[in-house]
Design a protein around this ligand. Structure first.
Ligand SMILES: [N-]=[N+]=N[C@]1([C@H](N)O)O[C@H](CO)[C@@H](O)[C@H](O)[C@H]1O
Length: 839
């Protein structure tokens, strides 16, 4: 009996599976099929976005096997999971990152081009999910990339905001915020999991009762309940079979329509539950550091934390475990205090829902959590008024009181009669309206507490958490931040990555310490020339982008001096502006002055309510307008403010920089991570003795780093002896001239008052010591200009910066978290070929 026709044909013509095949022909067919069957379009009517979606689904098909395989292995092997709780993730665009991690970039590029499409245009179509403000959110995503690349089982829990960080437009030099409708064209990289929905309670009251066995129990009778729907996004590891998940929660009303209210004519009441529930995850709070104690913010935090912990408990119990070994199976990391309500929530779930005795519940809780602090800024420390807290979370307040009572009993034992210790350590700030101190809850409820750079972790122990350190020293450790070389080198700077791989192979991408091998080529003039050519090419690309976007012409031969980060007075973008104005004045006084031509490039968003930060953006653009159009200055100085700085733009900017500005007041920048991305891409750093700058300088060598400014201990002395910024203003003519020029209205069409608030904050307070560091900064910048004149030497320093950045891979950070805090190890995934298996 002859085999069926198609089988005969198949044996003759090898046709790859449409969803897994990697031949150019199969990929082209898959893109065409997805355009037709998913986008419902044929080429003549298809938009670029349709082709992007068709391509995205084609790529997604080729990662699903890894994703489901990983899930199956985790379930089968009952692995220990790292659960990263973060209110922010700045994942950036997925497409190219997934192509690199899957190792199929070349095949896809060919298939797209043979389909008559332009891959870069499709790449530029993707809207990035801006579900974060800055460093903290991006760090979470770098860590997710490293967890998967190191084959560590993990879930990244967070919030699926409908609107992420606002899009920034610059109108007449001012920041204007535009709603970030990132989901409006759909998101091919996520899958909804309504079957895993959970309920979250809010408000109401508690009541105690005796259960059938006569045990004292408490039940929480909420005022309303919201449903949490998870959306999963695969997080691929680099060239491994592991694909972990980022599970982001969206809120929905349990009941979309309240007929009772409707029937009594309360039409708005009938839907307000729905409206409230959906508003919960509507928008990201756009503040990087300074917090706004808004009720909705606490509701968002409790919502995603409760969803996540309930999800973990369900996963654990589904595997036939009891909660006795929950801490052995789940390492939950609190990304700052934003998810720290989790300590009280896990206690509630263990005691009220799973009937554990307090002591056992506390033992499990403390073992489960680790807490990372990301800032020392007092205004960034979350504390919630008791009234608001108790109104929203009555049961949690009871639990926090009990945690506090038992904790202070411990404190009394160690410091008998020391009421000052009691009040400074208490979870409750008894002053004024009384507050719950979230950092204290996180410290008491976690077995490990870490800062994000060596200096920061030391300052945590000496200042902010001094009392906790003296009481619980064994809990404190440090894990210096890191960045993933996949996105910040291979995806962002393919030219430099290829040059490096051509010399030392590709292992550096997985093991960044291998970059050290580049030092062996430093005396190779040809290699230095190639290094400069790559830098010039990417500078040329950025210059083109600046011209296309802003119409400003900048020369790739000028020194690209770059400061991109959130706008904040402690980051001192306005000190950078004082340098620019000083150079401007020097040229105006001596038009033949031979200075190293510079292009000053700024980028960064200001929190909408942070007026001083917005004023600094206006100042940068106002100075830029004058400098860029002053014929006497010509090409020697150019000032550019790049609007809407985000991950996508960062991928353009970091590779193109010659000089990385890391000029925060010492002791204020916990770590910084942009500093690492710049050095990795061969930029030299001008920076203060602050955050991770210190460790970068240690690694690259002080001779390859431009250090300036007061150190923390010098600042403490200066403040102690009384710091008067006027002394510096009156004794430094160039500083005075720069300030007076701003004050004169020279940069603001004669309106001397425009920047008054900013100038007064400097003249009469200068909390961030710009005036004190001004001369040291100027002198250091002069050293930079001299160094740049010797391109051979500059190139050597640039190569050494890249070569010695191995420590700052997020892979190293994650290995440290695994060893010091999470006690987890890799679980390699063997690929099971679903297609064949189920053939
Ligand atoms: N929040 N917060 N903190 C920060 C950043 N602003 O997001 O976290 C970042 C990630 O740890 C740090 O690099 C940075 O110094 C610190 O200010």
């Amino acid at each position: 009996m002859n085999p069926p026709l198609n089988q005969m044909l198949q044996s003759q013509i090898q046709i790859e599976d449409d969803r897994t095949g990697l031949s150019i022909e199969t990929l082209r067919r898959a893109i065409a099929d997805n355009l037709f069957y998913i986008q419902g379009k044929f080429p003549a009517i298809a938009t670029k976005h349709d082709y992007y979606m068709a391509l995205a689904y084609t790529v997604r098909d080729r990662l699903l096997h890894r994703w489901l395989n990983t899930l199956e292995v985790y379930l089968k092997q009952d692995v220990k999971l790292v659960c990263y709780l973060s209110a922010e993730y700045l994942v950036g665009p997925h497409l190219v990152n997934n192509l690199i991690n899957l190792g199929i970039y070349e095949q896809i590029r060919q298939a797209v081009e043979e389909s008559g499409l332009n891959l870069q245009q499709l790449i530029n179509t993707e809207e990035e999910p801006g579900l974060g403000n800055g460093g903290l959110g991006r760090l979470a995503s770098c860590y997710m990339d490293s967890l998967a690349s190191l084959e560590i089982p993990a879930i990244g829990y967070g919030i699926r905001y409908e609107f992420g960080i606002f899009d920034q437009e610059i109108k007449d030099g001012w920041q204007v915020e535009i709603t970030d409708k990132w989901l409006q064209d759909g998101n091919p990289w996520e899958i909804a999991r309504p079957e895993a929905a959970v309920s979250v309670k809010f408000g109401g009251h508690t009541e105690s009762y005796l259960d059938d066995q006569g045990n004292y129990r408490v039940r929480w009778l909420p005022e309303y309940i919201v449903k949490g729907i998870p959306y999963d996004t695969p997080i691929l590891g680099y060239k491994v079979n592991t694909a972990n998940s980022m599970r982001l929660w969206t809120s929905e009303a349990c009941e979309s329509f309240d007929f009772q209210r409707f029937n009594v004519g309360d039409y708005y009441g009938a839907v307000d539950r729905k409206v409230f529930s959906e508003n919960l995850t509507k928008v990201l709070y756009p503040n990087d550091e300074p917090i706004k104690g808004k009720e909705l913010r606490l509701q968002q935090q409790y919502f995603f934390v409760s969803c996540s912990l309930q999800d973990m408990i369900r996963i654990h119990l589904n595997e036939g475990n009891t909660l006795d070994n929950f801490a052995e199976k789940f390492a939950v990391q609190l990304n700052d205090t934003h998810p720290s309500i989790g300590v009280a929530e896990l206690m509630r779930l263990l005691i009220d829902v799973h009937y554990y005795p307090w002591e056992k519940a506390w033992e499990i809780t403390e073992k489960t959590f680790g807490f990372t602090n990301h800032t020392l800024l007092p205004e960034a420390l979350e504390r919630w008024p008791l009234g608001l807290f108790g109104h929203l979370l009555p049961r949690h307040l009871e639990i926090i009181y009990e945690i506090n009572k038992r904790f202070l009993d411990q404190v009394r034992l160690k410091y008998p009669g020391n009421n000052e210790k009691l009040s400074s350590l208490s979870l409750i700030d008894e002053r004024g309206d009384k507050y719950v101190r979230m950092a204290h809850l996180a410290c008491v409820g976690s077995h490990k507490i870490n800062g994000v750079a060596q200096l920061h972790s030391e300052l945590l122990k000496k200042t902010l958490l001094k009392d906790f350190y003296e009481l619980l020293p064994e809990k404190f450790t440090n894990v210096t931040n890191g960045v993933t070389p996949r996105r910040w080198m291979v995806v962002s700077n393919p030219e430099l990555s290829q040059l490096i791989s051509s010399k030392i192979g590709e292992n550096w991408i997985k093991n960044l310490d291998e970059l050290r091998k580049l030092e062996g080529f430093i005396d190779d003039g040809g290699f230095r020339q190639q290094w400069r050519e790559v830098k010039r090419k990417v500078k040329q690309d950025l210059a083109q982008y600046i011209h296309d976007k802003l119409g400003i012409i900048v020369s790739p031969d000028s020194l690209f001096d770059v400061q991109v980060k959130r706008l904040h007075e402690y980051k001192r973008q306005h000190l950078n502006v004082l340098h620019i104005i000083t150079l401007y004045n020097r040229i105006k006084q001596n038009p033949n002055l031979d200075i190293t031509p510079r292009t000053f490039i700024f980028g960064g968003k200001a929190a909408p309510g942070y007026h001083q930060a917005k004023l600094i953006i206006k100042l940068i653009n106002s100075v830029g307008d004058i400098v860029n159009h002053d014929p006497e200055i010509g090409e020697r100085l150019k000032v550019v403010f790049l609007p809407d700085y985000n991950v996508t733009l960062g991928q353009r900017v970091y590779p193109a920089a010659d000089l990385s500005e890391q000029i925060s007041t010492a002791g204020k920048e916990a770590s910084g991570t942009g500093n690492m991305k710049f050095s990795l891409n061969g930029a030299l750093t001008i920076g203060t003795f602050d955050g991770a700058n210190i460790e970068i300088r240690e690694e690259v060598g002080e001779e390859n780093f431009f250090l300036f400014g007061l150190k923390t201990e010098e600042i403490d002395q200066l403040r102690a002896q009384g710091y008067n910024p006027q002394d510096y203003y009156n004794s430094n003519p160039e500083l005075k001239a720069a300030i007076d020029l701003i004050n004169s209205g020279f940069f603001s069409h004669g309106d001397g008052g425009l920047f008054q608030l900013l100038i007064n904050s400097l003249l009469y307070l200068d909390h961030y010591l710009l005036f004190a560091d001004y001369q040291s900064y100027l002198d250091c910048q002069e050293r930079v200009s001299q160094a740049y004149k010797d391109q051979e030497h500059w190139t050597r320093m640039s190569i050494l910066n890249t070569a010695r950045m191995g420590k700052f891979s997020s892979d190293r950070s994650i290995r440290e978290y695994c060893d010091k805090i999470w006690n987890t190890s890799p679980v390699p995934i063997q690929m099971k070929d679903y297609v064949q298996a189920d053939g």
